[in-house]
Write a protein that binds this ligand. Structure first.
Ligand SMILES: *[C@@H]1O[C@H](CO)[C@@H](O)[C@H](O)[C@H]1NC(C)=O
Ligand SMILES: *[C@@H]1O[C@H](CO)[C@@H](O)[C@H](O)[C@H]1NC(C)=O
Ligand SMILES: *[C@@H]1O[C@H](CO)[C@@H](O)[C@H](O)[C@H]1NC(C)=O
Ligand SMILES: *[C@@H]1O[C@H](CO)[C@@H](O)[C@H](O)[C@H]1NC(C)=O
Ligand SMILES: *[C@@H]1O[C@H](CO)[C@@H](O)[C@H](O)[C@H]1NC(C)=O
Ligand SMILES: *[C@@H]1O[C@H](CO)[C@@H](O)[C@H](O)[C@H]1NC(C)=O
Ligand SMILES: *[C@@H]1O[C@H](CO)[C@@H](O)[C@H](O)[C@H]1NC(C)=O
Length: 584
């Protein structure tokens, strides 16, 4: 333990922190995962969003502009970043398979902290609950204490939206006007926030030296969009707009399409008679979904704000590393699509924010780092980008954060740092390990099923240092590409296209994002051996991000692009190992 603590001191010193003599202890970790949260946030330059607490966190953190998950659905994505292995290694493609039984006994991120003397606690949705995590959220392997869930999580897909007919319904859009009409009179994220707040208070009261790894998983803005209706005040319908590209991409191969079957199971969506499989959803309902997604995001921002405020008041803020991510993105009408379940940027790009006290922002006395900001009191800030921005502090902050600066200079004045380096969710495990002074899992060898502790990502600490330490000499060229994949049971959309069971997978779409392109190949996949047959190519997609950042125009079959296609195809097949950061 002593040796580990000494390692941490050295690392923190290297990171440029002011370490007071004798005040050296292992940092805590607050690991926040938000279900289906795309980077539609104030700090990501979306001015109409009212997310003051996430923005405040970002203003004291490094914000990763180009962060990607490895698979755009819950359990495959979460299993991937929690084990730091890619889906081709975890073999977790659906929501009903547990990696330890099915694949191998990998060491997880929280388990690594637990093995190194941390108290690890899961609250809410961190692992995909249920069979996917052995009905225990991987307790006791990953956690020191049984994982905690709010009692109202079980109503997620039940009928509990009061309708004008006096009956309860299962609706995708479900603002709660009267809390006493929902089961138990509360909501999952209210319960988990309350529990985490109490957990932090209890931990502070114990006065123990043991560091904690507290993982907090928020449920919203996952559909059904059930949240306190007061958040609708921030987003009047007159200010809501459709996705700028809410049209069907004309050259999209059918295998790339996700027919959003789970959204259609809601009664309010069913009533729309949306045509199978391409829709579209009527525009007034598109607007309602977009409005409720924004409102549910501000509701989650409030819960995060309460949690961070407690962390700060209880005196933990100056010694707690904070990581905040979404588990994947979400389409809100872009490409005429809904939900995740695809390889588009909109589905695989996530918000990723990492706060290191004393490194990404100066340490401050308790109560001064993350004071709660009530989104509902942020007047004059709602509406779209054309809205008058009377709150100057927010405006300037958003501008600073939205600035596409890479290298620290301009972003310093706002207190936060922004980088456009390409990063992946599998990078979190080695990053948090290094920041906390634990053994950094080495890069996995090619045959890594029997290696418990290794990583298929890269620690982001060099990027953090390059931003925060003026004299840091970056000797690495960062990743040239990041990788995601998605599976399909068939070439044409069918009922289970969004999420086939693993044994029904026939096609895998391997997708790669480089600085200027997204390139995808849909190839035959054999589930008996878990291997792709790259010679059986079903379809290709190429998007030129400089001209087409929304990924509307598939250029893969355009004659003039064939040299580029050949080059990107080689890079895709070479895979993630060939794209790792390299010494200059
Ligand atoms: C899995 O690994 C853990 C340690 O990480 C060990 O305690 C456990 O016995 C292993 N289980 C199996 C089935 O090998
Ligand atoms: C899963 O749960 C079962 C009982 O519910 C338990 O026997 C088993 O040890 C757990 N872990 C694994 C890796 O199977
Ligand atoms: C995993 O395997 C254990 C031991 O065979 C079993 O008790 C448990 O139910 C299995 N869990 C899942 C989710 O399959
Ligand atoms: C909320 O519903 C309860 C139970 O039906 C009712 O008694 C109460 O008056 C309602 N409150 C409001 C503000 O409508
Ligand atoms: C949907 O179809 C049902 C039955 O055909 C019809 O009664 C209803 O009016 C339709 N709704 C819409 C919104 O078109
Ligand atoms: C490192 O910082 C320098 C100077 O700000 C910047 O030009 C460079 O792009 C950064 N490197 C990476 C990989 O982010
Ligand atoms: C940065 O490091 C490289 C490799 O160690 C070295 O060659 C170079 O001189 C260094 N540059 C500065 C400005 O220190």
């Amino acid at each position: 333990m002593k040796a580990a603590a000494a390692t941490l001191c050295c690392l923190v010193l290297v990171l440029g922190a002011i370490v007071r003599e004798g005040a050296c202890s292992k940092p805590n970790v607050l690991f926040v995962v938000v279900d289906d949260l795309r980077p539609q946030l104030g700090c990501y330059g979306e001015d109409y969003m009212v997310t003051p607490n996430i923005d405040q966190l970002a203003s004291k953190s490094v914000l990763f502009e180009r962060a990607y998950v490895q698979f755009a659905v819950c359990s495959p994505s979460r299993t991937s970043f929690l084990t730091s292995r890619r889906p081709d290694t975890t073999h977790i493609f659906d929501l009903l398979t547990y990696f330890r039984n099915f694949t191998a006994n990998f060491t997880t991120l929280p388990q690594h902290f637990k093995d190194n003397g941390y108290a690890t606690q899961s609250v809410g949705k961190i692992f995909h609950p249920g069979i996917a995590s052995n009905n225990t959220d991987d307790y006791p392997y990953s956690w020191s204490f049984p994982a905690w869930h709010g009692s109202t999580e079980k109503y997620m897909y039940k009928r509990c939206c009061p309708g004008s007919d006096g009956q309860l319904h299962k609706n995708a859009v479900c603002p709660v006007y009267n809390m006493s009409l929902v089961p138990e009179g509360t909501l999952p994220d209210l319960q988990t926030t309350e529990y985490s707040v109490q957990w932090l208070k209890d931990w502070a009261a114990k006065g123990t030296d043991q560091p904690f790894f507290l993982a907090m998983g928020f449920r919203k803005p996952h559909q059904p969009l059930r949240y306190p209706a007061k958040y609708l005040d921030l987003y009047p319908m007159s200010k809501i707009s459709l996705a700028p590209n809410n049209f069907f991409p004309p050259y999209l191969p059918p295998v790339a399409w996700n027919p959003y079957a789970s959204l259609r199971l809601n009664e309010d969506v069913m009533r729309l008679n949306v045509s199978w499989p391409y829709g579209p959803i009527p525009t007034d309902f598109q607007l309602k979904m977009r409005q409720s997604y924004s409102a549910a995001t501000s509701y989650t921002d409030t819960q995060l704000g309460i949690l961070l405020d407690t962390l700060d008041r209880e005196g933990f803020a100056d010694n707690t590393i904070i990581s905040l991510i979404g588990d994947h993105g979400w389409s809100l009408g872009e490409h005429e699509e809904w939900c995740k379940f695809s390889n588009f940027d909109i589905a695989v790009r996530i918000p990723m924010i990492i706060h290191v006290p004393g490194v990404t922002s100066p340490k401050a006395p308790p109560g001064k780092t993350f004071p709660f900001i009530d989104p509902l009191e942020q007047t004059g800030r709602s509406g779209n980008a054309n809205t008058d921005k009377s709150d100057q502090s927010h405006h300037s902050h958003t501008q600073e954060q939205g600035t596409k600066c890479d290298g620290g200079g301009d972003c310093r004045s706002a207190g936060g740092y922004v980088t456009q380096a390409l990063v992946e969710a599998v990078d979190l495990f080695p990053t948090l390990s290094e920041l906390a002074g634990l053994t950094v899992p080495p890069t996995c060898p090619p045959d890594d099923a029997q290696v418990a502790l290794c990583s298929q990502g890269s620690s982001l600490v060099p990027l953090i240092k390059n931003l925060t330490e003026p004299s840091y000499n970056m000797t690495l060229a960062w990743k040239q590409a990041v990788f995601s994949q998605y599976d399909r049971p068939s070439y044409f959309p069918q009922q289970d296209s969004d999420g086939p069971r693993w044994f029904n997978v026939k096609i895998m779409g391997y997708s790669m994002r480089t600085a200027h392109h997204r390139y995808t190949e849909w190839v035959a996949y054999d589930v008996d051996t878990f291997t792709a047959d790259w010679t059986k190519l079903y379809a290709r997609e190429l998007y030129l991000h400089e001209q087409d950042p929304e990924e509307n125009w598939n250029m893969a079959e355009v004659t003039s692009q064939q040299d580029l296609v050949t080059q990107l195809s080689g890079q895709l097949r070479a895979g993630w190992r060939a794209a790792l950061p390299k010494e200059l």
